[in-house]
Design a protein around this ligand. Structure first.
Ligand SMILES: Cc1cc2nc3c(=O)[nH]c(=O)nc-3n(C[C@H](O)[C@H](O)[C@H](O)COP(=O)(O)OP(=O)(O)OC[C@H]3O[C@@H](n4cnc5c(N)ncnc54)[C@H](O)[C@@H]3O)c2cc1C
Length: 506
């Protein structure tokens, strides 16, 4: 008989915890899943699912307002009833929640328990006053919005992603602190629904992990739709004036002038001679990054080290107690649901099969779901330069893709980075359905498919995916149809070269 109550105990029933629990139980491990609130985690309740549902609603509303550009009669759209929007969000969550239900996990053989566990020793936790032991543990408690100790913020009412999707009214105006994917996705969605949105960011570029040219194009689209950006702007303090939230900013004087020119005379913005800018809005959204949920687990007493970003783990996702693993946002670096699922597989291999698999994030794709979307896999130019990797760059624009034009989408491009051996080391796509288009590269790069194979594979016409074939084709034809090869071909087949420009037809 085992000396432990369970083979595997998991703390946290979100993306990572649920994947590990279902995998482990189906493999025959006696599995316990402990969740503090409700199964599904941030992704289902406050993250991916509600944000993508909101984004779609905002996109449809935006398209309705654009009817005229599609040759349709102008549509006069009434204002958004956010309660209806929130209802749709909850209904999508509800449908997915059935799949993440306790009943389903119980049917797979997982024991689901609720409460906040604390480690008593490296194999035992206390849950609701009772000790429970497991041979292996996984910490998959996710992350929460980081709320830095900014002056005044503690006394100012603000929203985070936890509040956004259950608002009962559409905010008239919103100041967003931060310019990462969550901030930018929400800036566009709320702006499209009718909120006046101001984005405040201390750096010179939004979506800082992306190449500047791509991030700038996203910003231009949002600016055109009415979002106002304050870049190179630091926050001095915030204040709650009762009806409105006020932020005091120190900003770039040149850019401020430009920003102010985009704002109406009625807008509550004031600039002082010392360059302090006062901005007011009905709501303040704090989207300044994430903090791992590790406090309160008693990790210190069992000697585990962690910081605000996450747990200290080795490449097999083990803590210093090698039977305690970390997965999902607590790992600190790749805060995506698909990263959590990947890490879940890694934990199962290591903990249950004792297969020493190490994580490798080289081919981890990502997508920011703005419209147009910005997706990528591998290295972008910024990262390749930082790593000292020499690369060649191949690009293709959506304005030359027939389907894109038919859909009324002209913004964006694909960037393909090849290393010195002419192997793809990174792809970025800014354009319609970029999150879907990147999947062909996910398969091609993971399957080590040659660029010539991709270039020669017939893609249906007209599709957005032809842009993938085209960029690969550009490289292949340039490589194989060098001037030397062209000369050889002309010689062998008695070809005579350019016809245009010669007066042969009389
Ligand atoms: C607005 C927003 C949009 C996003 N959009 C996307 C997207 O489009 N695509 C994408 O890939 N990712 C997206 N993400 C990121 C994604 O939500 C996370 O990467 C993912 O949820 C991480 O999974 P996890 O299991 O680590 O954490 P979670 O899914 O948050 O799960 C952690 C669980 O642990 C529980 N818990 C916490 N503490 C304890 C405790 N002490 N004891 C027991 N249980 C505990 C929590 O209640 C929670 O249920 C988004 C995030 C946000 C905020």
């Amino acid at each position: 008989m085992s000396k432990y109550d369970f083979d595997l105990g998991i703390l946290g029933g979100g993306s990572a915890g649920l994947s590990i629990a279902s995998g482990a139980a189906q493999l025959g491990a006696k599995t316990l899943l402990i969740e503090k609130e409700k199964l599904g985690g941030d992704c289902l309740h406050f993250g991916c699912v509600p944000s993508k549902t909101l984004i779609r609603t905002a996109q449809v509303y935006h398209l309705l307002k654009q009817a005229k550009t599609f040759g349709l009669p102008k549509v006069q759209v009434p204002p958004v009833d956010f309660q209806e929007v929130a209802r749709r969000i909850q209904s999508v969550i509800g449908t997915i929640q059935e799949y993440d239900s306790e009943e389903r996990f119980c049917s797979l053989g997982v024991k689901v328990a609720y409460g906040q566990a604390q480690f008593l020793d490296p194999h035992t936790v206390s849950l609701n006053g009772k000790p429970i032991s497991a041979k292996n543990w996984v910490i998959a408690t996710g992350s929460s919005p980081a709320v830095p100790p900014l002056p005044g913020l503690a006394n100012t009412s603000f929203l985070t992603n936890k509040d956004l999707f259950s608002l009962t009214e559409l905010p008239k105006s919103m100041i967003i602190l931060g310019a990462g994917p969550v901030a930018i996705e929400m800036a566009q969605a709320f702006s499209r629904l009718g909120t006046r949105v101001f984005v405040v960011h201390r750096g010179p570029q939004i979506l800082t992990r992306e190449d500047k040219d791509m991030a700038d194009q996203v910003m231009q689209v949002l600016e055109k739709e009415g979002v106002v950006f304050f870049l190179n702007t630091s926050l001095i303090r915030t204040e709650d004036s009762g009806r409105e939230q006020v932020v005091f900013l120190k900003t770039d004087p040149g850019r401020t002038k430009e920003m102010l020119s985009k704002m109406g005379p009625e807008e509550a913005v004031k600039i002082e001679p010392d360059r302090t800018l006062t901005l007011r809005a009905e709501t303040l959204l704090v989207a300044l990054g994430r903090e791992a949920n590790l406090n309160g687990l008693n990790l210190e007493t069992i000697g585990l080290t962690f910081d605000a970003k996450g747990l200290k783990l080795d490449q097999r996702l083990r803590t210093t107690h090698t039977h305690i693993y970390g997965a999902g946002d607590v790992t600190g670096d790749y805060l995506f649901t698909h990263a959590a699922a990947y890490e879940a597989g890694m934990v199962i291999s290591n903990a249950l099969f004792h297969l020493p698999r190490k994580v490798d994030y080289t081919n981890l794709p990502w997508c920011t779901f703005t419209d147009p979307e910005l997706a990528g896999i591998g290295l972008n130019e910024q990262q390749a330069r930082k790593a000292g990797i020499k690369y060649s760059l191949w690009t293709e624009e959506f304005k030359t893709n027939d389907r894109s034009l038919a859909q009324g989408e002209k913004v964006g491009k694909i960037k393909m980075l090849l290393d010195e051996k002419e192997k793809p080391i990174g792809i970025q796509i800014l354009g319609p359905e970029a999150g879907e288009l990147i999947n062909e590269w996910v398969a091609a790069i993971n399957g080590k498919i040659k660029l010539s194979t991709l270039a020669m594979a017939v893609h249906p016409y007209p599709t957005l995916g032809e842009i993938n074939k085209k960029v690969a084709g550009d490289f292949v034809s340039k490589k194989f149809l060098s001037e030397k090869v062209k000369k050889g071909l002309r010689f062998f087949f008695h070809l005579r070269g350019r016809a245009c420009g010669e007066e042969i037809i009389r």
